[in-house]
Design a protein. Structure first.
Lengths: 850, 167
């Protein structure tokens, strides 16, 4: 605020506010302005108006009112004519949408700065203030471009007066005219989507073209194009904008035939009544093209991997103006990609013969249609080194090897083998059958095998291929068996054939290999090997037949020969040797055996005895023949070689009850002609089934100790002397003899229900038994247990004579018996009766029936 | 007896230290301003003027957001921006164009960006199947999505031009 001397020293101000105005009381000290009271209207508008022209293209506006007036200073009410006021007026024409201010359509500004006496109207041509009362402003606004809408004119005045210092007056007021409407015909506005674009020559440029239309507008807008400088053409032309494409479309300009330049494209849009235009800048460059060279669709550097790495395909694709190309090698040699002949602007070329570990750089140089070179392109290719193929090695260990071998390996039936595997250039390995994991090397045991098994190792290689290795593990039985030859010795007369059975017996479980029989040696060699023939050879599982060795003694000198037979000769399958002795005798028949007798044995048994005949020696074989009628003899039942004894015995056992005859032959060896003895017999034999017998007898004598007696003496029952006189309390002894008269054993033999009748014996006790063959106490039962065939058991029991009462002449009788039993046989054993008396009387001996 | 003053040597060392510190500070400041300037090094402005028409073409860095472009414009991994510029004319238009190579197929790219801008309130001028170029409008602004095949059929060249009309 500016302060003048005039007001600083001479003016006294009093300000009163009355109604909407401001009452100012001014006391000037120098009396230059003698008014003591003044009205100040710093900002007041009391009217605004606006009027549209008939064509609605111009709007007349007017504002009535004071800007800033101090009637004391400016008694003529010429406002803003003093340097002590500061006034500004804002004018605007507002858009009204839905009764709400929607922005200014137009605005203006006028001001009257302090210390001037002149209004200024920056940017408001045509505005002028009225310098008469009432103060106001008028103006004319161009509305020709305004769209349809509701508008109103408003003015705002602000003012202050410094003349009243130190109490400035300030006021602000706004007024608006009534709203008015501008109505326009429906129209469109045209927009080019491209401001500027730069393309290489040859491109087809897309220009998005669009129009914004007013509501209700449905005319079709046709767009054409012109260019400066000439050259670019829009094709197709015109481009139509209409409701079906929402007034958006594309204008296409082909730059193929254009010179590199900057073009202004003017797109003109018209709907027949209105024409609008917009401009796009098109820059066509002389970037004629580019070439893209690829190896196996890669710009590189690339590393093709064998096995396909030795080949590949080069592809070159142009962009823009590319006419022809020439290939070359920057590094490496490839006859497929060299030469000076131009190639098309695009194409492919198969490349072969690339070497592993080598880097190739393929290059292509191209030129435009005008021959100008363009930037070459190249691609680098380094051929990888093929990974080594995988290897797999599977080895086994068995009983036939001490170190891993490629197989086959043998394991004993029911036992395991060991696998060892290794590999190279692999990622993982599998072994089948079984569970072995995926290690690429290792070792382990198989399961216990009972059949031949092939194991296969399969390894995945780092190069994607696989390698396999297999081993066979054969299951072999424990090669253990018995080699038996029958007979081990033989005597044959010259010209006879000795037959030997070569047997395989007791093979171990699982052993099923053929056993080959052979003759290892013959000594002395006068028995040629050629005269030993083995048939039914080899002996195969289950070995229930034998190989047959036939020794032909034709022409063989008399003598003893040792023949060594061998099984599985030359193998590791339990080879064995057996020795046979063969005696070759002369061909004449010997004398017959003499003193041939046959006697029955205990049961089912006949004992045959004979003596050698004259001239018999160890070459003589005796054969015992049996007949049930003395006529029909059949095969010999027993053969025995002369061993120098004076007599020979043969017990023929197990015979059924019946009558039998015997004779004995003598022959040289088994094949010699026999000489038969005379017939012995008939001999009757009984059955030898188990037979439990028993006897019960009193042992003679009495007293404290057992009298001497023959245990189980014969006969089993003996008559006892009747008439003995015993004294009461005297001890007598009885023997119970238990006998198994058969050949078979009896078990669980018991002596039970011992009974000493007639009430004259008491305190029965087992005193002893032969060989402690029985146990028991008191009156039994007594346990004998097992009783072998022919066995006997003597039990001695004691009993004390009781006093039965009565006269001494009374006769008493031992009536004793017991039961003997076994698991299969039971029978009663009774004593023979003995009559005795108690006391001194000696009764007559009377035999009574028990 | 000869005495030797240490003062001159100490002063020399002190000045030497200050000198090195200054060198380091200058280097740091230089690096700072270099880095600060670096993002703008790709930017260039070209003035075009012919008669009543004038325009200014401003190249932006590949990662910069063009006027009117949404910040979340999808860019697939492997995309490569080929051009990114704004052109402003004296008649009030601002043209924003982004040209890039997408690993998507042409059909996928066309679908991706049409759906994206549709989600942003843009409306296609026509319905039906998607065929390049796609024209869209939002208020007074226009959009063109043009997709063509790259050298590899598996990649697409996408050009998005958004034009804002300020008047």
């Amino acid at each position: 605020m500016k302060i003048t001397k005039r007001f600083f020293f001479q003016t006294f101000l009093s300000i009163f506010i009355v109604g909407g105005g401001l009452v100012v009381v001014n006391q000037f000290t120098d009396n230059v302005i003698p008014t003591a009271q003044a009205n100040f209207y710093p900002a007041e508008i009391y009217n605004t108006s606006s009027t549209l022209s008939a064509d609605q293209n111009t709007l007349n506006i007017r504002t009535d009112g004071y800007g800033a007036c101090l009637n004391t200073i400016d008694p003529n009410n010429f406002c803003a004519r003093t340097e002590y006021v500061d006034i500004s007026v804002n004018f605007d024409i507002q858009r009204i949408v839905n009764n709400v201010y929607a922005g200014d359509q137009w605005s203006g500004y006028a001001y009257y700065p302090e210390q001037t006496t002149r209004w200024s109207f920056p940017g408001l041509p045509g505005m002028s203030p009225e310098q008469v009362s009432p103060a106001g402003f008028t103006g004319v606004i161009d509305t020709s471009s305004w769209p349809t809408g509701l508008y109103r004119f408003c003015a705002t005045v602000e003012g202050s007066v410094t003349a009243l210092w130190p109490n400035d007056a300030y006021e602000r007021q706004s007024l608006c005219s009534p709203a008015f409407t501008i109505t326009r015909n429906e129209s469109f506005s045209f927009i080019c989507g491209i401001v500027s674009t730069t393309v290489p020559r040859g491109s087809v440029v897309q220009f998005p073209l669009s129009a914004s239309v007013t509501s209700g507008y449905n005319s079709e807008v046709s767009v054409s194009m012109s260019a400066t400088p000439t050259g670019p053409l829009m094709s197709p032309s015109p481009v139509l904008l209409n409701a079906s494409n929402s007034y958006q479309n594309i204008g296409l300009v082909n730059t193929a035939n254009l010179n590199p330049d900057s073009y202004l494209l003017t797109f003109m849009a018209t709907d027949g009544s209105t024409t609008q235009q917009c401009i796009s800048n098109l820059i066509v460059t002389d970037t004629t093209g580019s070439i893209d060279l690829r190896f196996n669709d890669s710009n590189g550097p690339t590393t093709p991997t064998p096995p396909n790495g030795s080949t590949g395909r080069l592809t070159w694709v142009p962009s823009g103006d590319v006419a022809s190309c020439i290939p070359s090698m920057v590094q490496g040699v490839s006859s497929d990609w060299t030469g000076t002949s131009p190639r098309p602007s695009s194409g492919t070329q198969n490349i072969t013969g690339l070497e592993q570990g080598t880097t190739y750089i393929f290059k292509i140089d191209c030129v435009t249609s005008s021959g100008s070179p363009i930037d070459p392109d190249q691609v680098e290719v380094t051929v990888g080194i093929a990974p080594e193929p995988p290897t797999a090695t599977l080895l086994c260990e068995g009983i036939n090897t001490k170190t891993p071998i490629p197989g086959p390996c043998d394991v004993i039936y029911g036992s395991f083998g060991v696998l060892t595997w290794s590999s190279e250039y692999t990622t993982e390995c599998q072994i089948t059958p079984g569970t072995w994991g995926s290690a690429t090397s290792g070792s382990g045991s198989t399961s216990n095998l009972t059949s031949n098994t092939t194991y296969t190792l399969t390894c995945e290689g780092t190069n994607g291929s696989t390698a396999t290795s297999s081993v066979q593990i054969n299951v072999v039985a424990n090669p253990d068996y018995e080699f038996t030859i029958i007979p081990t010795s033989d005597v044959k007369a010259q010209g006879q054939t000795s037959t030997v059975n070569l047997l395989v017996t007791n093979p171990t479980q699982g052993f099923n290999s053929p056993v080959v029989m052979s003759v290892m040696n013959v000594a002395p060699p006068s028995l040629p090997l050629s005269q030993i023939e083995i048939t039914q050879n080899p002996v195969n599982a289950p070995y229930n037949s034998s190989a047959i060795a036939e020794i032909d003694t034709t022409g063989v000198p008399v003598g003893n020969y040792v023949i060594i037979f061998r099984s599985n000769a030359g193998t590791t399958t339990d080879p064995k040797t057996r020795v046979m002795q063969l005696r070759v005798t002369g061909a004449s028949a010997p004398t017959a055996p003499v003193s041939v007798n046959a006697n029955a044995g205990a049961c089912s048994e006949i004992e045959v005895t004979w003596n050698p005949g004259v001239g018999h020696n160890s070459s003589i074989e005796y054969r015992v023949y049996r007949s049930i009628n003395g006529t029909d003899w059949g095969s010999p039942i027993h053969t025995v070689q002369n061993n120098g004894q004076a007599s020979y015995t043969f017990n023929d056992v197990g015979l059924n009850a019946g009558t039998y005859y015997y004779r004995v032959s003598a022959s040289v060896g088994s094949g010699g002609a026999p000489s038969y003895s005379s017939t012995a017999g008939p001999v009757i034999v009984t059955s030898c089934a188990p037979s439990l017998e028993g006897s019960y007898k009193r042992v003679l004598g009495s007293g404290a100790s057992v009298p001497s007696h023959s245990s189980c003496g014969s006969p089993n029952s003996i008559p006892l002397p009747n008439g003995n006189v015993y004294v009461s309390g005297q001890t007598v002894f009885f023997e119970i003899c238990v006998r198994n008269s058969g050949n078979e054993s009896l078990s669980n033999v018991l002596v039970t229900e011992l009974y000493t009748g007639d009430q004259n014996l008491e305190n029965v006790q087992l005193v002893r038994s032969s060989g402690s063959c029985a146990t028991g106490s008191g009156s039994g039962p007594y346990t004998v247990g097992n009783l072998a065939g022919g066995g006997v058991c003597s039990l001695v029991v004691s009993a004390r004579i009781s006093n039965p009462g009565g006269p001494a002449s009374t006769l008493h009788r031992f009536v004793n018996f017991a039961n003997i039993s076994s698991s299969t046989i039971s029978r009663a054993v009774n004593t023979l009766p003995e009559v005795f008396s108690i006391g001194a009387g000696i009764p007559d001996r009377v035999e009574t029936t028990p | 007896m000869k005495t030797q003053s240490k003062l001159p040597g100490s002063i020399s060392k002190m000045f030497l230290g200050i000198f090195f510190i200054l060198i380091i500070i200058i280097a740091l400041v230089t690096v700072y301003f270099y880095l600060r300037k670096a993002p703008d090094m790709n930017n260039s402005v070209t003035e075009i003027s012919s008669g009543e028409f004038s325009a200014e073409v401003k190249k932006l860095g590949s990662a910069e957001i063009l006027s009117g472009f949404p910040e979340d414009l999808p860019m697939q991994d492997g995309s490569e921006v080929l051009d990114n510029y704004e052109a402003t004319s004296n008649d009030g238009r601002i043209q924003s164009t982004k040209l890039f190579k997408s690993p998507q197929t042409t059909a996928q790219a066309l679908q991706t960006y049409t759906n994206f801008f549709t989600g942003k309130g843009w409306v296609r001028n026509v319905g039906g199947s998607l065929t390049s170029p796609i024209l869209m409008r939002r208020a007074d602004d226009t959009l063109m999505i043009s997709v063509s095949s790259g050298i590899d059929s598996s990649e697409a060249i996408v050009e998005i031009t958004l034009t804002q009309n300020q008047y």
